[in-house]
Ligand binder design. Structure first.
Ligand code: 2E7
Ligand code: F3S
Length: 313
């Protein structure tokens, strides 16, 4: 039986960012240095495949520090942690390595500096996300308020309106964030903030790439976990351009009925999804379709973050 043709357009850039590469490397190096088990507070990045592989090497994933036994090293995830976490580790004499993405640490320092200048911060982000919890945990309680939607930006009553600042999560929708910042700037013309926002290069590049391929495809598959903020934003960006998108963790989650027989399909992967899962999806598609594969053209990102000194010395 002949297979139906499928033009597969693969977004670029996609997949691992420099912060994810670094965080995974940190766990691997900590395992080499200390031997298993090495504890990791929270999923190192939001990807089951990555987490399971590291678990196989001897990493033990826990949600809080209390679950780390005395005498064992602990790695903090790429999403960042509240200040009290390293403080508690130190108090217990635990050896810890911080795998917080340097671009998140930069936001933490901005928040600290704003508090030093007696500013009140409006933080744009998603409630409950570990990055948001980590950034809120850099400042004293009551000094930062969360904005999740344009409606929040319109209705928020800041604890004070003089000396007001804003900061953002790194993995937000570029378009939604711009709209929220416009509202804040209109309401509070003297509000201070970063140039643009704090969305990272990887998030904005992947959103631009998915939007670009959405112009020419019928449907979109995004590889990423349901708890991966940046991956969810990719599916959302496609859906908003009326290109129906599904977020899948692996090839086995492809809903063939939903997919139907499109002439063209876009494929991308969030910053925490390994390329091997992209290949797995391409192979699954090739079993049912006569696939012509094309990779969107792009400038290489070329970003690399240094490893913590204690692991390379
Ligand atoms: C850390 C940060 O692990 P992810 O899926 O995380 P998000 O934040 O998108 O849920 O992706 C990598 C990553 C992105 N941002 C790690 Cl702060
Ligand atoms: Fe960092 Fe952005 Fe990746 S915040 S971990 S570079 S998605």
């Amino acid at each position: 039986m002949t297979k139906p043709p499928l033009h597969l357009l693969i977004a670029a850039p996609r997949g691992f960012c420099a912060g994810v590469d670094r965080a995974i490397k940190i766990v691997e190096l900590a395992l080499e240095r200390h031997g298993p088990p090495v504890y990791v507070r929270h999923e190192i990045v939001h990807n089951r495949f990555v987490v399971d592989r590291l678990r196989g090497l001897g990493a033990v994933f826990v949600e809080d520090l209390a679950s780390v036994p005395d005498g064992r090293p602990v790695v903090f995830s790429a999403h960042g942690v509240p200040k009290m976490v390293p403080a508690a580790a130190q108090a217990r004499g635990l050896e810890y390595v911080d795998a917080t993405c340097p671009l998140v640490s930069k936001v933490h320092r901005q928040a600290e500096r704003m508090i030093e200048k007696d500013m009140h911060i409006l933080f744009i982000g998603h409630a409950g996300h570990p990055e948001v919890i980590g950034t809120f945990g850099q400042v004293p309680e009551g000094k930062m308020q969360l904005i999740e939607t344009e409606e929040d930006a319109r209705s928020i009553a800041p604890a004070r309106t003089d000396n007001l600042a804003f900061l953002t999560q790194t993995t937000l929708s570029v378009d939604d964030t711009a709209a929220m910042i416009d509202i804040l700037k209109e309401r509070f013309p003297s509000i201070q903030g970063p140039r643009g926002e704090d969305i990272c290069y990887a998030t904005s590049n992947r959103q631009a790439a998915v939007k670009q391929i959405a112009e020419t495809v019928d449907k979109m598959l995004v590889i990423g976990a349901p708890n991966s903020s940046n991956s969810r934003r990719l599916a959302e960006a496609s859906n908003r351009l009326d290109v129906p998108a599904r977020l899948i963790e692996r090839a086995q989650e492809i809903d063939w009925e939903w997919l139907g027989t499109p002439l063209s399909l876009g494929l991308t992967a969030g910053a925490s999804a390994p390329e091997i899962l992209v290949r797995e999806v391409v192979e699954a598609l090739a079993e049912r379709f006569d696939v012509t594969e094309e990779e969107a053209e792009h400038e290489p990102e070329g970003m690399i973050f240094k490893l913590p000194r204690e692991l390379v010395a």
